[in-house]
Design a protein. Sequence first.
Length: 393
Amino acid sequence: MQLIPKLCLSIPQSFVALFTIDKCLTEMKLRSILNDLSELAHPSLQESYDNSGLLVGNPEMEINGILVSLDSTEAIVDEAIERNCNLIVAHHPIVFKGLKRFNGSNYVERTIIKAIKNDIAIYAIHTNLDNVLQNGVNQKIAEKLHLNNVQILSKKKEVLTKLVVFVPTSHAENVREALFNSGAGKISDYDKCSFNSEGIGTFRAGQESKPYVGEIGESHHEKEVKIEVVLTNYLQQKAIKAMTEAHPYEEVAYDLYPLLNEAPEIGAGIIGELNNALSPSDFLQHVKTNMNATVVRFTQSNHSSIKKVAVCGGSGSFLIKQAMHSGADAYVTGDVKYHEFFDSEDRMMICDIGHYESEQFTIELLVDFLSKKMPNFAVLFTKTVTNPVNYFY
Ligand SMILES: [Zn+2]
């Protein structure tokens, strides 16, 4: 069935007539949407236990609408069918461990079977979206709680590379710009970062070569610039391609070094500050209201006011000690177990608002991102509440 994109619905008929129909996109290749989602949070940034990425579907599929949700369940697949969406973008991967049978004996199998039968693709953007600062799950929580000066709570290591390339002086600017345009040379809020040193490169061209400078069979000395840039590992291929295309030499000499540095914008949790310190009771109300939480389970702390706040969407117990170590007055997360509450030692207020509640605004984040990328395409916010936890009080 032909989908009517949402934007078209809001445009007066006379206005539509001024434009050709391709202004309202009715189909889009899944591969192109996957590229956009990789730009938001690259799948390589997911944790080793995770299963983010394209779980069902083929990148060559034509997509006619996207349904965004926190979970992909049978009810979500039903909603996708009803609303003419053949791509579900969900935060949690429905398939987390290997499936050996497909006989519908549990909700995971039934969801996958229903999606495949109805040609619906499922994409999960889970811990990779947790691990990015910009537009990540935790930045969204920080925004809802009005936190400023946010930074990653537990920065990730082994995700950065140093790329060093040797370029004849005449082409140094071109190669540098090509590297920057590929995303290399970005350090926190600075971009186009590089170090450049001049020197002499030497080489002798072989009989089969086509040297850009120098003669075949003769030693050559060339004034060169050594350009050094930092990049995230997943940008390596793109940067090398851009660099090679801008470089005049037949054989480009470059080195890749894995870095031990922490990545400033990649990692788990976020820590930031409230504009004005709040009393513990006012802070609890602030969290409950702004996070739309039904209940907040919390520990007492010996802090009379709360200003520095750490957050982690989902199950964030693993960051309790890190949050305390970073000087947080309070830590907002979900899924905290009884004994883990003791870990605060009265030095930090732990606020457990529930897993779903802590991550619910991830849907808003994804819809906003995809709608900006594809303003004329149907990106729909789910109407289904997938939270399996209810409260009786
Ligand atoms: Zn979660």
